[in-house]
Design a protein around this ligand. Structure first.
Ligand SMILES: C[S@@+](CC[C@H](N)C(=O)[O-])C[C@H]1O[C@@H](n2cnc3c(N)ncnc32)[C@H](O)[C@@H]1O
Length: 238
């Protein structure tokens, strides 16, 4: 059964945040250009981007400034950003229009639903989860995005050898992430020094990273690669 049917706990709370007129206009007029509507069926990302290029999923891009910088620096890579915070989506749309970038698409929806319903297996070369909401109180830990079912869903949509990059400024969330990923047989941890300048591991400073640094938090970047599937008995050479 798809995990969203089981999942009653969301990793976010929708708060009626302030949205500017420019962001409202962007949602109305630019989302049809850069957005992909949520659907309950698998989507064709080659068609959505109009080409076949390496692809990265950015989960919870916030105000989108880091995603814009990354996409502008890597025009040969396509980025799918998934976010639920509409002022942030509007902000990114304004930036995309100004920059005239065509290698970003946006889905306005809980990423758990998007992974369950819209994304084919082995779709992305990398998945970024930068500064997920920390939910520091113990009674809220169940709201954290990093959970065994969630990382299994991330592994499913990554290609063999695909990169999962998690960054956080919360020591307890970093520890939690290590524990969950250590128990996931699909992933192996990769030391930062072994990335060899992989452009897909690029992460510019983000708004929430700056906030963490102001609070004297330590920034923790973790990298994992999907382990290659072992050859099945029928394909193994004698
Ligand atoms: C702490 S902010 C980090 C934003 C950005 N990555 C950064 O580093 O500045 C976390 C973001 O994740 C989004 N988010 C949380 N749960 C989500 C979910 N299930 N699906 C999509 N976005 C989600 C929130 O709306 C929020 O904008």
């Amino acid at each position: 059964m798809a995990s969203s049917h089981l999942r009653k706990v969301r990793s976010f709370v929708r708060r009626p945040g302030r949205i500017t007129k420019a962001q409202q206009r962007a949602l109305a007029t630019l989302l049809p250009r850069w957005g992909i509507p949520y659907s309950q069926s698998r989507i064709d990302l080659d068609e959505a981007f109009g080409r076949r290029a390496p692809r990265v999923l950015d989960i919870g891009f916030g105000d989108g400034e880091a995603l814009l910088t990354t996409a502008a620096n890597h025009p040969g890579v396509d980025y799918l950003g998934v976010e639920v915070h509409e002022p942030g989506i509007g902000h990114l749309l304004v930036l995309l229009e100004k920059a005239g970038l065509d290698n970003v698409r946006i889905i306005d929806r809980d990423v758990v639903d998007v992974l369950d319903h819209m994304i084919e297996d082995a779709t992305f070369d990398a998945v970024n989860l930068f500064f997920p909401d920390p939910w520091p109180k113990k009674r809220h830990h169940k709201r954290r995005l990093v959970q065994p079912e969630f990382v299994a869903a991330v592994a499913r949509v990554l290609v063999d050898g695909g990169l999962f990059h998690v960054a956080t400024d919360w020591a307890d969330y970093a520890e939690h992430t290590r524990e969950v990923l250590a128990r996931c047989p699909d992933f192996g941890a990769v030391p930062a020094g072994e990335l060899g300048g992989d452009p897909l591991s690029f992460r510019p400073p983000t708004k929430f990273e700056r906030r963490g640094l102001r609070l004297d938090h330590v920034i923790d970047d973790q990298y994992y690669r999907v382990r290659s599937a072992a050859p099945s008995a029928s394909t193994r050479s004698p």
